[in-house]
Design a protein around this ligand. Structure first.
Ligand code: GAL
Length: 693
């Protein structure tokens, strides 16, 4: 297909498009490459005048509005500051007022017809030098009232002036400029709304809510601990012979439960009451073990494959909890124990969640021998690990290859071996190793330099005598997905930190398309921890800012992506929606599928991702071990959409049985395509199985 815009002609490839390329195309289609509507280039003198002019009394400044529900990549726009908290400076001119966001960003403002004009000066903040690029657009109700060309760091800003007479809603949108969102610090300098004289209402920052609850089966914590027994994945686990082995068979159903395991490899035993398999593998090799769980309402059995070979940990993506998105540096032993207790009482442990990971802020000082000690919040790490192990759970910990962690605690630099040994002594099962203070903060270190600290800790873990899952965290530098497995990482973060906004979660999640080929059993892409439930990154928590449908998209994507399922909320305050999202066994089975193939995007329609005319829909799929395929249908648009998954895109033919996994329902068999309606920012997840002829 070819498209003519203005004087330029573009050839559009139907697919596949990288996220940036697709977005760039959207931007081009929207803007025709240049400034339009109420946007014009601002010269130096005019900028100076705008920056120093006082406004009449009927003006409402954007930075005076409550901004906590603004949807942007950072999660916390700057008030009269750029988003990193420094003054707003565009092309050398400092502006005393305005709002600094990180693209992508969407600020929706309800006006009730009481405003007359919106004005602002926009561009990329000088903080990032010549880096960063973005397109700003202003929508009045459904009308594209002004948009800029692609603005780049250091280039001339644009003045925006838009008539708001009778307008009900104003949308301030910043999109990436086609080269990814890195360094897209975008400022709405001097942004202000003039009101009608004597207007009785004020502009209000608005959030679009779901018109109806999402189409998912709702459950309550504990629901899984009734009913007939069911054994859940993982159905394949790897461990090193000669090292301590621990695996709790995930099984739901009414107790008391009794477990048996036939043909367990030498050195392992199963506890009949808890289903915990422990011991030490005596020999290398692969064994298929028949596991049975007998509950008060029936019996279930399945095959568990145990691979006793070096470097075969995390055969399926780790499932568990991490303290950071909930508690930040306020994590302590009581909170960790509370998470473990909630895993047990809610039934999430019975569904396969096993890791309880302490993130940053457990570290104390080193003793005279250089041995790391815990701080006061963790009186006895070894006892804590023992507590979790008795529950069949595992304990994760965190450090940095630098001298300091990101929260300024003691890092592992020059103590790699000491620390690996200490972790092994304590009984640690997972290490998240976070770049932080290692070297200069730079994106362009040679790959060898980026690998070095991770290779060093890998070597230390190899000789520590314990199986410790290795989580690499360096925010995706140097295309870590291309070499994360080579340095022995079991999973690697592909992005900066996640925040509980749609702009952030969706950008991170959908960008995984580009990394799909690098993910495989034992080595997974990590788009960061989950942001459903009550999160807060500190002592005070709030309910996730994602709408329920956005949360469905989040968990659907992470399941399809074979991403580590690391819950980031306070588990002791699990509401029904959060539990239903985290505890759907059909959905988790996709994440834990033993084939271990990450989903990729197979089709995409629409051009705009943000604003009232956003219309992008996507189809993602992954093949599963039993020959069926999982298909995610996503609506990234502003309103309800009808979305179709077509067999040629999915690489299948003929009649297929269709199961809606969130609804746990068999639908009518389909042949050729499957079509469904999806609400704004929502998703539908189906499993297609070839129908018998
Ligand atoms: C960040 C990391 C977060 C968290 C934090 C702790 O660099 O991305 O996930 O671990 O450090 O300080």
């Amino acid at each position: 297909m070819s498209l003519v815009i203005g004087n330029s002609s573009f050839v559009i490839r139907p697919r596949p498009l990288g996220p940036s390329a697709a977005l760039f195309l959207a931007v081009v289609i929207l803007t025709g490459c240049g400034d339009a509507g109420g946007a014009r280039v601002l010269n130096r003198k005019a900028a100076e005048i705008i920056a120093t002019t006082t406004q009449p009394a009927d003006t409402v400044w954007l930075d005076d509005c409550e901004l906590s529900s603004v949807d942007d990549r950072s999660g916390s726009p700057g008030k009269s500051k750029c988003f990193v908290g420094k003054p707003i400076i565009l092309a050398g001119q400092t502006y005393p007022r305005g709002v600094g966001v990180h693209a992508p960003s969407e600020i929706i403002i309800d006006l009730d017809g009481a405003a007359t004009r919106f004005q602002a000066v926009v561009s990329i903040d000088d903080e990032v030098g010549k880096l960063g690029s973005a397109v700003f657009s202003v929508w009045v109700d459904d009308r594209d009232a002004a948009h800029t060309a692609i603005l780049r760091g250091g280039g001339p800003p644009r003045e925006i002036s838009v008539d708001l007479t009778n307008a009900k809603r104003l949308w301030l949108v910043v999109d990436d400029g086609g080269d990814g969102i890195d360094k897209d610090y975008a400022d709405w300098a001097m942004a202000r709304i003039e009101m009608k004289p004597g207007a009785t209402t004020k502009p209000r920052i608005s959030r679009i809510v779901d018109p109806a609850p999402p189409a998912i089966v709702m459950m309550k914590p504990g629901d899984h601990l009734t009913g007939v027994p069911e054994i859940h994945p993982p159905f394949v686990v790897g461990a090193t012979p000669g090292r301590p082995f621990l695996f709790r068979v995930p099984a739901t159903g009414a107790g008391p439960m009794r477990f048996t395991a036939d043909r367990l490899p030498a050195g392992l035993k199963i506890d009949a009451n808890s289903g915990i398999i422990s011991g030490t593998l005596k020999e290398r090799g692969r064994t298929d073990v028949t596991i049975a769980a007998q509950g008060s309402l029936g019996r279930s059995s399945s095959t568990l494959t145990i691979i006793g070979v070096e470097h075969r940990l995390a055969q399926t993506p780790p499932m568990g909890w991490n303290s950071w998105n909930a508690w930040g540096t306020s994590v302590d032993e009581a909170k960790v124990k509370a998470a473990a207790a909630a895993f047990e009482s809610s039934g999430l442990a019975a569904l396969g969640y096993a890791y309880v990971n302490i993130d940053d802020a457990w570290e104390g000082s080193r003793d005279a021998q250089g041995r790391i000690r815990t701080n006061d919040k963790f009186p006895d790490m070894r006892a804590l690990a023992g507590h979790l192990h008795r529950m069949g759970l595992k304990l994760g910990i965190y450090s940095s290859p630098g001298p300091k962690t990101c929260a300024e605690f003691e890092g592992s630099k020059d103590h790699e071996l000491d620390d690996a040994r200490t972790y092994a002594e304590w009984g640690i099962d997972l290490l998240k190793y976070d770049w932080c203070s290692y070297g200069k903060i730079s994106n362009d270190l040679p790959r060898a330099e980026l690998r070095k600290p991770y290779e060093l800790m890998r070597a230390a873990l190899d000789v520590c005598g314990r199986d410790i899952v290795y989580s690499i965290c360096q925010y995706g530098r140097g295309k870590v997905w291309e070499w994360g497995a080579e340095v022995g990482g079991n999973y690697w973060r592909t992005t900066g930190d996640i925040i509980d906004t749609w702009a952030c979660m969706s950008v991170i999640g959908f960008a995984e398309h580009a990394h799909a080929e690098f993910s495989r059993p034992g080595h997974w892409n990590d788009p960061d921890m989950l942001v459903v439930g009550r999160v807060g990154w500190g002592p005070t928590l709030h309910a996730t800012r994602l709408t329920p449908n956005e949360q469905v998209t989040h968990i659907t994507l992470w399941s399809l992506l074979a991403a580590p399922m690391l819950i980031g909320c306070d588990l002791s305050q699990l509401d029904d929606l959060t539990f239903s999202l985290l505890g759907n066994a059909d959905v988790l089975a996709i994440n834990q599928d033993a084939l271990g193939r990450q989903a990729a995007r197979v089709a995409r329609t629409g051009t705009l991702l943000y604003g009232p005319k956003a219309d992008v829909t996507e189809i993602w799929s992954r093949p599963l071990e039993d020959g069926s395929i999982a298909v995610g249908l996503f609506n990234r648009g502003a309103g309800e959409a009808t979305v179709t998954a077509r067999w040629p895109d999915l690489g299948i033919r003929g009649k297929h049985n269709v199961r809606n996994l969130w609804l746990k329902q068999e639908l009518a068999p389909a042949d050729g395509s499957f079509t469904t309606k999806i609400p704004r920012h929502g998703a539908v997840l189906i499993r297609l199985t070839p129908a018998p002829k």
